[in-house]
Design a protein around this ligand. Structure first.
Ligand code: 5GP
Ligand code: ZN
Length: 116
């Protein structure tokens, strides 16, 4: 049994609001949504973050990216969306299983980064 929460979600051991699943990837709604629609797409294979990704992960990373538009549209995001990947301490990553956030809603989101 994995001690990684997203590995356990991808295997179905921990329940989630599933958006999509195939043999390589899993998509599910964020438990603490930051926009009217907020879900995440992850590789089933455990990759801790983009810092651990390398060319051996090329196929699954490409698949994740190539699926995002279709998955976003399936959740009603027909007029665009935002993708976020937080990496490591400086990126304020909380869960160390690589995930792509997809956020959107009927109205445009706030600025990507607050201006200070
Ligand atoms: P990070 O900050 O690592 O990019 O984002 C982790 C995200 O995972 C957060 O937005 C958080 O709300 C979400 N999250 C943490 N634990 C769970 C969980 O058990 N289930 C779901 N669906 N989302 C989770
Ligand atoms: Zn994992």
């Amino acid at each position: 049994m994995s001690d990684c929460i997203f590995c356990r979600i991808a295997s179905g051991e921990i329940p989630s609001k599933k958006v999509y699943e195939d043999e390589d990837i899993f998509a599910f709604h964020d438990i603490n949504p930051q926009a009217p629609v907020h879900f995440m797409v992850i590789p089933k294979q455990h990759i801790a973050s983009l810092n651990e990704a390398d060319m051996s992960h090329q196929a699954v990373l490409g698949k994740l990216m190539a699926k995002l538009g279709e998955l976003a549209r399936s959740q009603g995001l027909t007029d665009g969306f935002r993708t976020i990947i937080n990496t490591g301490r400086v990126g304020r990553q909380e869960v160390y299983h690589l995930h792509i956030h997809i956020l959107g809603g009927p109205e445009p989101l706030g600025r990507m980064m607050p201006r200070e």
